[in-house]
Design a protein around this ligand. Structure first.
Ligand code: G3I
Length: 301
């Protein structure tokens, strides 16, 4: 399954307030269709990757129209052709210290907390058959911050279920990190179960792990990275509501972590299932093993 890492964000799609440039995502969808692959939509509403014109153009009186028009234009263009949409990205951020846990984004400042619900309702009205996803980071670790993110996410999803807001799945980004050893499989599984109990599906949407703090030796580093993938996915896949696993990129040749979490020793990062020559790495086999070991999903819906 393909996911455009940048090409469907506002900064790429919206060169000016009244123009759309679909060249890159059109190309990608065509490639996917010609090669028997599915494609995800990423992402309709986010606080990052906004175009330069955004701050001077979008104001409280036009923000809802501009957001809704964007969603309607993009979703209708690809209606019926996208596996699932990340409708709102990283909406929760307890570090912003709001009582509802919502991130204090430009959208929230312009439209208030209701922008999340509005975005989902607009996407559903445009393509009623689409799988709509709330995509969220910082849900994985047994840390106070991630625990607060899990709680705020559950509160939001529960409220959405009660109010019949069309959210069909939670996307768990899963950018794991070598800096954080506190992963508690039981606690994480318990969270997944609580999401599943809301009749929502779960997608692992952006899985990777930086190798900043791991050994320099390649064999040793690859082994640790592989073990981390296996540990995490074994926990995640034990919950049958988890229907997809996507890594954030395929090969070490091209990963955002080279820029975001480079190694102090300047060695190239080794964070994805394939190396920079597209050879299988232990991480690939670890992911395959976790999938092979997962409970059977074929008897489900
Ligand atoms: O395409 C332009 C190019 O024309 C320009 O010359 C160049 C100069 O900076 O920038 C290029 O755009 C870059 C784009 O990636 C494509 O490579 C942006 O600067 C850069 O900011 C952008 O970074 C992406 C980032 O999201 C922001 O959109 C990363 O590749 C992408 O991995 C990252 O992905 C996010 C997810 O969407 C949400 N979750 C977290 C994840 C990691 O931050």
């Amino acid at each position: 399954m393909l996911v455009p890492e940048s090409e469907m964000k506002w900064a790429s799609l919206r060169p000016t307030p009244d123009k759309y440039d679909f060249t890159a995502p059109d190309w990608m969808l065509n490639f996917a269709q010609n090669n028997g692959l599915l494609m995800r939509g990423h992402t309709l509403v986010w606080h990052e990757a906004l175009p330069k014109w955004f701050p001077e153009t979008v104001i409280t009186t036009n923000a809802e129209r501009i957001m809704s028009e964007h969603i309607t234009t993009v979703v209708s263009r690809y209606a019926g052709k996208i596996h699932s949409w990340d409708v709102v990205n990283e909406a929760i951020n307890p570090w912003d210290k709001r009582s509802d846990g919502l991130r204090n984004t430009p959208w929230l400042k312009l439209l208030g907390p209701k922008y999340v619900e509005t975005a989902f309702r607009t996407a559903a009205a445009t393509d009623p058959g689409a799988m709509l996803v709330l995509n969220q980071n910082h849900l994985e670790y047994d840390t106070p911050g991630d625990e607060a993110t899990r709680n705020a996410t559950l509160n939001l999803l529960r409220r959405f279920k009660k109010d019949r807001v069309p959210v069909h799945a939670l996307g768990i980004e899963s950018h794991l990190t070598s800096s954080e050893p506190r992963f508690n499989a039981n606690r994480f599984r318990n969270f997944l179960k609580q999401v599943a109990d809301l009749d929502m599906k779960i997608l692992i949407t952006e899985l990777d792990i930086d190798d900043q703090k791991f050994a320099a030796d390649i064999a040793e580093r690859d082994k640790i990275v592989a073990e981390k993938y296996h540990e995490y996915l074994s926990a995640a896949l034990s919950e049958p509501a988890v229907i997809s696993v996507l890594t954030w990129g395929l090969s070490d040749r091209s990963t955002w972590l080279s820029g975001y979490k480079p190694r102090e020793d300047k060695l190239p990062v080794r964070v994805l299932p394939f190396d920079s020559n597209l050879n299988y790495k232990p991480a690939f086999h670890a992911i395959a093993k976790a999938i092979d070991g997962a409970p059977d999903r074929t008897r489900q819906r």
